[in-house]
Design a protein around this ligand. Structure first.
Ligand SMILES: [Zn+2]
Length: 429
């Protein structure tokens, strides 16, 4: 059988979070997968002699990045200035979000296009409707990105079985992929109970139960705002007013006296959760997150847009130091105003580097391998290991500058670009 051709990318530098670091660097690709990566001299002579070469002498090549928390179906919602009133903001978004399939599909496709363009290779999408999941599956090959589509659910159900049946009825007919090593197409299904102020314990329990039955992924917004903490602890505050106004305040609502992470801990123990935000947590919660194997997706620019945390700093570095898997996300495009490449992960990394001087290698882990772990993809994904999908992020650097290439990429303002070697190969066959 004739072997498909190998392509050799010759770059100014390559880097992943798993020990592939070389300057200059080379990545050999065949059949859409990495077959070797390292210093050009370390790539086997046979590969070097037979491969078609692509010269990228001014680029740092990284693995494709993971955006672990996006809202693709909100891509077309017009920009809203945040005035400090989250409820007013939420109401505006609720009324402006698309509802018919074509509008949802256009928003999802545009969100994916912006993601790809910015070097993102995997998306954990919070789908506001079943249509948003269908739309993601329906996009053309040039836009498809693997990842997870979490169906967002709301409600203060009282019956566990009924809640589980309701979610199952939505998710059952949808296309479902389980990621396998090197898979570059799969979109796995997930469930996202929205947040503790819009979802009761029963629905969280139902989601947890279904995740075991069907290998669904689990996510939720948690510990995002002081108003949420007040709602869970005291059953008072602005979210009570909002639910009353919407006619959705449950009769059964009770003060729990607990912080949202303590309140959800039984579910964190029974399932593998990805928690968005965790802007407001205490020391013991870091232990809880670590002990339960819970991942956290931090969306730095979105948290800043909403002014969280109000005091102090987000505790992502303490979480990381304690062994919690913290990855990066954008949240919705609405929270990225004025940001070049608003669906990109590079702007999130650059912000953390500029603001906190977080180590470049740690930022790369958060942007790649930690995101992959959070979405539960295989351990070659988002790396340059042999067998990894040949999808890369390229960032222009100055090859003559002695500064570490990743540090250069974090401090210059060149856009990140996607390289989908698989498609390049196919188009050349
Ligand atoms: Zn969100």
């Amino acid at each position: 059988m004739k072997r498909n051709p190998t392509t050799l990318y010759l770059a100014a530098a390559i880097r992943d979070a798993g020990g592939h670091v070389a300057r200059p660097g080379a990545i050999a690709v065949r059949d859409g997968r990495v077959v070797d990566a390292g210093h050009p001299n370390d790539i086997s002579r046979r590969l070097r002699n037979t491969a078609r070469t692509v010269e990228l002498p001014e680029d740092l090549l990284l693995p494709a990045m993971v955006n672990a928390h996006a809202h693709l179906d909100l891509t077309h919602v017009p920009a809203v200035d945040y005035t400090g009133d989250f409820l007013a903001w939420l109401k505006q978004v609720r009324t402006a979000r698309p509802t018919d399939f074509d509008a949802v599909g256009a928003a999802v496709a545009e969100g994916l296009r912006l993601s790809r363009e910015a070097g993102v290779g995997y998306v954990g999408d919070i789908a506001g409707s079943v249509d948003a999941i269908r739309a993601r599956h329906a996009v053309g090959e040039g836009l498809a990105l693997p990842g997870v589509s979490y169906l967002e659910c709301f409600g203060f159900d009282t019956m566990l079985d009924a809640a589980a049946d309701r979610i199952e009825a939505w998710l059952d007919p949808l296309p479902f992929d389980v990621p396998v090593p090197g898979h570059v197409r799969g979109v796995t299904l997930g469930i996202q109970p929205h947040a503790p102020y819009s979802v009761g314990r029963t629905l969280y329990d139902a989601a947890t139960r279904l995740s075991h039955k069907h290998i669904y992924r689990l996510s939720t917004h948690l510990a995002e705002s002081p108003a949420e903490l007040e709602f869970v602890r005291d059953a008072t505050g602005p979210f009570v007013d909002l639910l009353r106004e919407l006619g959705k305040l449950p009769d059964t609502l009770q003060a729990t006296g607990k912080h949202p992470i303590d309140w959800l801990e039984p579910n964190l123990k029974r399932g593998r959760w990805l928690l968005a935000h965790c802007n407001y947590i205490e020391d013991r919660h870091i232990t809880t997150l670590k002990r339960t194997g819970t991942s956290v997706v931090y969306c730095p620019l979105a948290s800043e847009y909403f002014g969280h945390p109000e005091q102090g700093q987000h505790r992502y570095r303490e979480m990381l130091a304690a062994g919690v898997n913290v990855c990066l996300g954008t949240d919705s495009l609405l929270c990225q105003q004025g940001v070049d490449q608003p669906m990109g992960i590079m702007p999130q990394m650059r912000r953390l580097y500029a603001r906190d001087e977080t180590a470049p290698e740690l930022l790369l882990e958060m942007a790649t391998t930690h995101g992959r772990l959070a979405l539960e993809f295989s351990d070659t994904d988002a790396t340059l290991r042999r067998g990894a999908p040949a999808v890369f992020t390229a960032v222009r650097i100055d090859p003559d500058d002695a500064t570490d290439p990743l540090t250069q990429a974090l401090t210059n303002d060149h856009p990140a670009r996607s390289i989908h070697a698989e498609l390049t190969d196919e188009s050349n066959d």
